[in-house]
Design a protein around this ligand. Structure first.
Ligand code: AHR
Length: 614
């Protein structure tokens, strides 16, 4: 075999921003993850609207008398519920996963908002089953709502800690918080250091945030102030800034509560801290992600468009502007230098999407002609409207299109030339989400091979980010993921190491090369077969998996062995009457896979019939 290169030839230029990261609050990536807060449900706002298993006392245990209350005595209109703790009573928080994690010798900032009729003394302690983890603190509380603070230094390490607040007199409590002092870059209300450092070590050129499906689901709902506590609203960036005790918590698309402690200010700050271009995505009022709906509510659309303009002002506006002033008051008078903004995520109704996208783009370009408005194509998978969306993107002279795909390692190997034929006069590509199905070495290798194709086409592929970025090992909704963590540790996958290699070694130009005698790929590549459905209820039967040469690798009519099939994500599945059936109709996003790797070979073809009428 021979590879011929011409080092004098000036090949395609690769931008420094080519590779970035995509952060979405999925797999509990934010609260209990990247956001360093150690107290779970600190504001007693968990609700069944977020998750059927939640109550306002989730992760709390009261000893003595105490109940959560939602009445006029609340902390503020956006932080509805508080704890009414009786005299000589206490409340204990169990943190996330195994408990509160502290490291010997490190400092932790405790804070609480409290209100008492006259005076009470709070005793705050940190302990695990082996005993105390720090010297207890005593705080005297007087009068109406006020914030009280204390500092702990951990006397030993633990990841099963509990935080207890005891009172001698009746007291109302809210926003009970414990934060490590040692956050990434020492930021207040900051990020968990090991996770943020792992992301920073990738040297990302951009940070896409906050989603994903998280962005556009619920975007058709009213989001009046009242909807803040009725949990009807969608992800709205304005809910995520300002003092944390005034950020109304909300249901997350992925089925849990989001505190918004990690909000837009923190995303911009983090992007700046890692030297990356911030790339927020706003909802376009057309949702994909298994829902495929659009709204004709013109007033709501106008409000979202105005919110997007306000977001740009928040990022870049002068301190004298309304939203630039809010940024300055949060501690960042200088602009965040926003240059790109994504409108919509994975819309699978291209005509409806474009009708709205054009209005966003016109409004943004009228005020901010230098901002690149990124459109999208929906996901490139079976049943998507990818080609139609691309046609419309071209016809509408879109600058850049966000495209997504998740597929087998063999697909990634076979599609190295995907962008060789993309129209050089058409929109540029932002590959906002991609991954091969797995965290094994072979997955990383197939992605690496694919990325050489991205670089060869760096004149058209301008930005690319693997997805998802983070997964809490106890709450996996989507797998594979790039970085995994639990309470006390984090580790990069093989895919992470490979991304790190590429991202830290972005060349200036691709040197043209020619290979002769390139071997054909014959080695078997094994992995899970993925059937994915966004449907709210679904059933599969007659699954057929064949190899490239037509050999049957798996044929299953689901007449018997349920143990052959596994699923990750939400929802329950069972085998009923020869069908693999999703029985939890409320569930969305379920990945189904046949778990025996021996079934799979290079170039799989999977045919699954979705039962009609379900
Ligand atoms: O990355 C996980 C999900 O995959 C994203 O939320 C969505 O955009 C895509 O379907």
């Amino acid at each position: 075999y021979a590879i011929t290169v011409d080092p004098t030839a000036k090949g395609t230029k690769i931008d420094d921003t080519m590779y970035g990261v995509f952060f979405e609050d999925i797999n509990r990536a934010a609260d209990g993850g990247l956001y360093a807060e150690l107290v779970q449900n600190r504001s007693f706002e968990y609700s069944t609207a977020d998750n059927r298993s939640y109550t306002p006392l989730t992760s709390w245990a009261v000893t003595g008398t105490g109940k959560t209350v939602d009445d006029d005595g609340r902390l503020n209109a956006r932080n509805r519920t508080y704890l009414d703790l009786g005299a000589d009573s206490s409340v204990t928080n169990s943190g996330y996963n195994t408990g509160i994690t502290v490291e010997s010798g490190k400092t932790y900032d405790f804070s609480v908002w409290a209100r008492v009729d006259q005076r009470a003394h709070l005793t705050v302690s940190l302990a695990d089953t082996d005993g105390s983890l720090a010297e207890a603190r005593r705080i005297t509380v007087r009068g109406g709502w006020a914030k009280y603070t204390a500092r702990f230094t951990a006397s030993r390490s633990s990841s099963t800690g509990r935080l207890t607040v005891a009172t001698d007199g009746a007291a109302a409590l809210d926003m009970v918080s414990l934060f490590p002092r040692d956050t990434f870059k020492g930021r207040k209300n900051g990020l968990r250091k090991d996770l943020a450092e792992k992301i920073a070590a990738l040297d990302p050129g951009f940070v896409r945030f906050p989603g994903g499906c998280l962005v556009n689901t619920g975007s058709m709902q009213d989001y009046s102030e009242a909807s803040n506590w009725e949990r009807k609203r969608s992800y709205q960036w304005k809910d995520t800034i300002g003092p944390v005790e005034q950020r109304a918590t909300n249901a997350n698309f992925w089925g849990y509560n989001q505190s918004y402690g990690l909000g837009y200010y923190e995303y911009f700050q983090f992007s700046e801290d890692v030297g990356a271009m911030p790339l927020p995505v706003v909802p376009a009022l057309v949702t994909g992600c298994g829902q495929n709906r659009a709204t004709d509510d013109d007033a709501l659309l106008k409000r979202h468009i105005q919110d997007t303009l306000d977001l740009i002002e928040f990022a870049n506006g002068p301190v004298t502007s309304e939203w630039g002033g809010k940024r300055a008051r949060m501690g960042h008078p200088k602009p965040f230098h926003l240059t790109h903004i994504g409108v919509g995520n994975e819309e699978n109704l291209p005509n409806e999407f474009f009708a709205r996208f054009k209005q966003f783009r016109a409004a943004i370009e009228a005020e901010y002609p230098d901002i690149t408005v990124v459109s999208n194509s929906g996901p490139d998978d079976a049943g998507s409207t990818f080609d139609t969306a691309w046609k419309l993107n071209r016809e509408n002279n879109v600058d850049m299109v966000d495209e997504h795909y998740y597929n087998t390692p063999s697909w990634f190997l076979q599609n190295n030339d995907r962008y060789d034929s993309y129209d050089r006069n058409g929109p540029k590509v932002f590959l906002g989400e991609y991954a091969s199905w797995g965290n094994a070495f072979k997955n990383a290798l197939s992605e690496a091979a694919f990325m050489t194709g991205l670089e060869r086409n760096a004149d058209i592929v301008k930005l690319a980010s693997y997805a998802p970025l983070l997964a809490n090992e106890d709450y996996v909704q989507w797998s594979p993921d790039m970085i995994w963590f639990n309470n006390h540790a984090s580790w990069g996958s093989a895919n992470y190491e490979m991304q790190k290699l590429f991202m830290n070694n972005v060349g200036d130009r691709v040197v043209p090369s020619q290979a002769t005698g390139t071997p054909s790929v014959t080695a078997p590549i094994t992995g899970a077969v993925g059937l994915s459905t966004w449907a709210t209820a679904a059933a599969y039967d007659d699954v057929l998996v064949t190899s490239a040469d037509g050999q049957t690798l798996l044929s299953d009519d689901f007449s018997g062995d349920a143990s052959k099939w596994t699923h990750t994500g939400k929802g329950s599945w069972s085998i009923q009457d020869g069908q693999y059936v999703q029985t939890d109709v409320a569930a969305e996003n379920t990945m189904v896979s046949a778990g025996d790797p021996a079934w799979h070979d290079y170039d799989l073809k999977v045919k699954a019939t979705k039962k009609s009428g379900k």
